[in-house]
Design a protein around this ligand. Structure first.
Ligand code: FPP
Length: 237
């Protein structure tokens, strides 16, 4: 029986890699490299705390507008990290899933994604969704197109089933690091009833202690899903 005080699904906007690097007079890509280390640490800590799904925003639909050397650096890092980490992910029982638009990604990146996804498909300790070339608006539009193509009614249930994250429940807790307090086209549909936690910590510095702060804050919230507090407490709705 999962502990209801521990979010079963955490989604994270991993912001602040560039600033972490700038503060050290390093190129931005060094911050992204450190961001991968932070993600590995975070996945392990989530698993230890009983979180079942971790979803991270690794590359947004809008990130293509960054300087071309940063975009190609992120693509290279992504491909390298996938080929390097798949063995450890396998050992840790992590199921890797890629969420986002495949169009526009190079054959090399697509191949690494496919290999990593296939190799970890049988794992079930923790689902790690990596949102790559992802945007919440893109997701809603692709889901709507799917319903139209299949001649299905535009209902909340059908649309949810057609979203790119239909294989997992909606996030209980959305964390954003790096001091900004906005959603930046992340899981727009799926975060309708998520709790939010904002931290000033830059993503490469995110550690188990910050994760625990976020989980402790979540544990104090009353999730009402549109009901009154009294209804929630008496279970009368
Ligand atoms: C935001 O920081 C971060 C990103 C746009 C990229 C995040 C990517 C990673 C952590 C690597 C993921 C790789 C794998 C293999 C999943 P920013 O660059 O916007 O930082 P800033 O706001 O300080 O400039």
């Amino acid at each position: 029986m999962p502990d209801s005080k521990v979010p079963q699904h955490i989604a994270i906007v991993m912001d602040g890699n560039g600033r972490w690097a700038s503060k050290r007079y390093l190129p931005r890509i060094a911050g992204h490299r450190q961001g991968v280390e932070s993600l590995k640490r975070c996945a392990r800590a989530c698993d230890e705390r009983g979180v079942r799904v971790l979803t991270v925003f690794a590359f947004s639909s809008e990130n293509w507008k960054r300087p071309s050397e940063e975009v190609s650096g992120l693509m290279d890092l992504f491909a390298l990290a996938l080929s390097r980490e798949v063995r450890q992910l396998q050992a840790d029982g992590v199921q890797l899933r890629f969420v986002g638009d495949r169009a526009g990604l190079s054959a090399r990146v697509l191949q690494h994604m496919q290999q990593a996804q296939d190799a970890t498909a049988g794992n079930s300790r923790l689902v790690l969704n990596v949102c790559f070339n992802y945007g919440g608006r893109w997701d809603i539009l692709q889901a709507a197109s799917t319903l139209q193509e299949q001649g299905l009614a535009f209902t909340e249930e059908n649309l949810s089933q057609a979203m790119a994250t239909a294989h997992v429940p909606d996030p209980d807790l959305v964390i954003r690091t790096g001091g900004e307090q906005r959603i930046s086209n992340f899981l727009l549909w799926q975060s309708a009833y998520s709790e939010f936690f904002f931290s000033d910590v830059l993503w490469p510095d995110f550690d188990a202690a910050t994760l625990d702060q976020a989980i402790a804050s979540y544990a104090q919230r009353e999730r009402r899903f549109g009901l009154t507090s009294e209804q929630v407490q008496t279970g009368s709705a």
